[in-house]
Ligand binder design. Structure first.
Ligand code: PXL
Length: 273
């Protein structure tokens, strides 16, 4: 049977992030996708200007139709969420549609800074949502927010392990923490069944927007295919590195993200074994 997933994310019309990343990646991984838009933007917010429509007021009617049609999905994957009300709606959706796999990328901030649009109430609502996930992919900043830990640049692997333990105690079975740094390398920590491992790899500059979405999308796809978490994280990180190298070679403007289209075939091999 083909797998299916509901993608809860914004539609940024240009700039390779959110749905324009998740949809092709999950589709090439042979998963049928449904979309629950959180906002519609002309382009992502890293460009000098953008237009945005908050989709919150339409979400309930939109989802009422899905319920009426008895649509069902194996999994759900959430990314950028724009308001407290929206976060509460999503927690509701988790309950209404009994998704077996619930992947939450708790997009709230980076480099110790919470995004402007994120209020303390929204951070609290995100904590609630994360508790209901089966896999979450915070960066270090987001892990600090989720565990009420003050952010420091010099947090050790041991510190991160303890934060993962505390988050898992609230009911989250699998956690992947992105953006660890050591000796000019970049790593991802995997916490599952109280085991903790970090996979480091070459850091490829410049950093580009949307790589977090590429990472979480590959992980969501692997999760639905029951690919072990270590293999999934390795595959996602390798894929991003390849895409970053090609993006530099093809002189893709930084804000346009990574040209993952060049390498989508690499993901097909993950699911056709
Ligand atoms: O995850 C990247 C992303 C998603 N959605 C919106 C964004 C960005 C990055 O800037 O602006 C709207």
């Amino acid at each position: 049977m083909q797998k299916s997933i509901a993608i809860v994310n914004d539609i940024s019309g240009f700039g390779r992030c959110s749905v324009t990343v998740a949809l092709p990646i999950l589709s090439v991984m042979k998963i049928q996708c449904g979309i629950i838009p959180t906002a519609v933007l002309s382009n992502h917010t890293e460009y000098p200007d953008y237009w945005m429509l908050d989709f919150t007021p339409y979400m309930q009617d939109y989802l009422a139709k899905w319920e009426q049609l008895h649509l069902s999905f194996d999994g759900v994957y959430t990314g950028f969420l724009g308001s407290k009300e929206q976060l509460d709606n999503i927690t509701d959706i988790f309950k209404k549609f009994s998704f077996r796999q619930r992947i939450v990328d708790p997009v709230m901030g980076d480099h110790g800074i919470i995004y402007d649009s994120y209020t303390p109430e929204m951070c609290h609502a995100m904590k609630e949502l994360v508790i209901h996930s089966t896999l979450t992919t915070p960066n270090i900043t987001e892990l600090c927010i989720l565990t009420d830990t003050p952010y420091r640049k010099d947090l050790s692997e041991q510190d991160i392990y303890h934060m993962c333990r505390s988050l898992s105690a609230s009911g989250v079975p699998r956690i992947v923490v992105t953006g660890l740094e050591k000796d000019n390398q970049i790593g991802n920590a995997i916490f599952e069944n109280d085991s903790f491992q970090v996979i480091y790899g070459e850091k490829i500059l410049p950093l580009r927007p949307g790589t977090g979405d590429v990472f979480a999308s590959v992980l969501a796809g692997c999760s639905l295919h029951n690919i072990p978490l270590w293999d999934a994280v390795k595959a996602a990180a390798d894929f991003i590195r390849t895409c970053l190298l090609t993006s530099a070679k093809l002189e893709v403007p930084i804000n346009d993200g990574v040209c993952f289209e060049e390498h989508l075939g690499q993901l097909l091999s993950l699911v056709s074994k």
